[in-house]
Design a protein around this ligand. Structure first.
Ligand SMILES: Cc1ncc(COP(=O)(O)O)c(C=O)c1O
Length: 461
């Protein structure tokens, strides 16, 4: 192990969660206490909730969650890519306690406080790119997306928006209108907001392009849209996840992201990166934009920003964020406790965690590629840092999605103490807390291997 390896791993694991005593299944989940919560919830909570598997959380430490019956799970999904610094990171907990002890709320839209001013300055200066920026703070990802729709329309005086098939941008009307991931997320809720046009996402594994390079193929599709259907000067912005998230953890070619930037510049269209899932260190860079070396006009972040406290942000070039006082606001957005959590999270991420993400991401990729060699049901493994998609297929030649297998894998891994989450049609997204160490990677991969072996025994793998 090199010095830099040991430094960053130490930073991530100064106190090994639960003294290293995990995963630990003491009662087959759901145990009796979990069952009681699940039954109560089932009676009174909205029927729209998904509930992937019967996990009822008591508390967490680092990359580990303990359920109410004492089972301990290694977490490879971080509450959907949120628990960036892990569970109960001492620095984040302390910052939240300190802020909560002062005041919960005053409304940042109308009044001032230090943590809000500091967080706006910090995010504005963190880029990506060199232009001066301003920041609007929200409660959630979808609220940031909706705010950005208003901002780009306000800034350009144009109405239309381009988004991508497979994209997920949230559950509000703006976010949902841009979303094209699963039809059931939109079904029965129409009409959507007008002026949204979807084009294919450059999925190197799946998109049929007739031999054309995938990024160039999609850029051509946008050009075709411009010549036949949509006047480019009517387009306010292109909203893109620089790495596709809910739609399948897909990594597009760098040339595509560069091409999008050039296309936007040519037509005066704003480029919005939805980094709600990819931002704040998950890819081993602070922003995926840093990896591509492309500066968007607007960047949206949320999820990992507050380590789980609800906070999001619209980070926009100063030349764009010029809407007038009172034109946009939020009662709770950028609340003092959320701001304190975000500032502490950024301290932790910038204080050595990015190195850990890159090192653990490499270990994870290598291990998953090995599993791909062993199990023919794994069609593709791709990723950046601790943002990795493992795509399962029934047959490598036809690439028919193995959705059922992915469902079974999530359930079986849960019973063995590993938390997984799917995305796309048949992809497991590996998005653990950024503080995992090499032992955690090894343990998680061992359980995934065991599960696949059990599930494919006797079916020709
Ligand atoms: C890329 C992306 N955008 C937007 C959202 C919506 O964020 P939220 O659920 O915080 O509203 C999500 C949530 O999964 C997301 O992954």
């Amino acid at each position: 192990m090199t010095d830099s390896n040991s430094t960053s791993t130490k930073a991530a694991t100064d106190a090994k969660a639960f003294h290293g005593e995990y995963p630990r299944i003491v009662v087959a989940p759901p145990g009796p206490k979990a069952r009681a919560i699940i039954d109560q919830d089932a009676e009174y909570s909205s029927t729209s909730y998904i509930k992937e598997y019967p996990l009822a959380v008591s508390h967490g430490e680092g990359p580990v969650i303990e359920d109410v019956d004492g089972n301990r799970y290694l977490d490879f999904m971080a509450g959907i890519a949120v628990a960036s610094t892990g569970y109960s990171h001492p620095a984040v907990v302390e910052a939240v306690r300190e802020a909560a002890g002062r005041f919960f709320h005053i409304c940042g839209t109308d009044f001032y406080y230090q943590t809000m001013a500091s967080l706006c300055e910090r995010l504005a200066k963190m880029g990506p790119g060199s232009s001066k920026k301003r920041v609007f703070l929200s409660n959630s990802g979808a609220e940031a997306v909706d705010g950005a729709i208003k901002l780009v329309r306000n800034s350009t005086g144009r109405t239309d928006l381009i988004a991508f098939q497979g994209a997920f941008h949230g559950r509000t009307y703006g976010g949902m209108s841009l979303t094209s991931s699963k039809a059931k997320q939109r079904a029965t809720f129409g009409p959507m907001i007008p002026g949204v046009h979807h084009v294919p996402y450059p999925d190197p594994y799946r998109l049929e392009t007739g031999g054309r390079e995938v990024g160039a193929f999609v850029l051509d599709q946008i050009q075709a849209l411009f010549s036949r259907h949509l006047y480019p000067k009517d387009v306010a912005a292109i909203f893109v996840e620089p790495l596709l998230g809910e739609g399948g953890y897909v990594i597009p070619p760098t040339s595509f992201i560069e091409g999008l930037r050039a296309l936007c510049d040519e037509h005066g269209i704003l480029l919005v990166f939805d980094e709600i899932q990819t931002g704040v260190g998950r890819t081993g860079q602070m922003w995926a934009a840093d990896y591509f070396g492309v500066e968007p006009d607007v960047l949206l972040t949320a999820k990992g920003l507050g380590s789980g406290m609800p906070i999001g942000a619209i980070i926009a070039r100063e030349s764009i964020m010029r809407w007038s006082s009172g034109s946009h606001g939020s009662t709770f957005g950028g609340n003092p406790v959320g701001c304190a959590a975000a500032l502490a999270t950024l301290d932790v991420v910038e204080g050595g965690l990015l190195d850990n993400v890159r090192e653990m991401g490499e270990l994870m990729m290598t291990g998953l590629k090995r599993l791909q060699e062993k199990h023919t049901c794994i069609g593709d493994v791709r990723g950046m840092g601790l943002y990795i998609g493992v795509e399962f297929v029934k047959d490598r030649a036809t690439k028919e999605p193995a959705s059922e297998l992915v469902g079974q894998l999530g359930q079986l891994a849960f019973t063995k103490g590993l938390l997984l989450l799917s995305c796309g049609e048949s992809v497991i997204r590996i998005a653990p807390p950024l503080v995992i160490d090499a032992d955690d990677v090894k343990t998680g991969l061992r359980i995934i291997d065991e599960c696949i072996t059990e599930l494919t025994a006797g079916v020709g793998k």
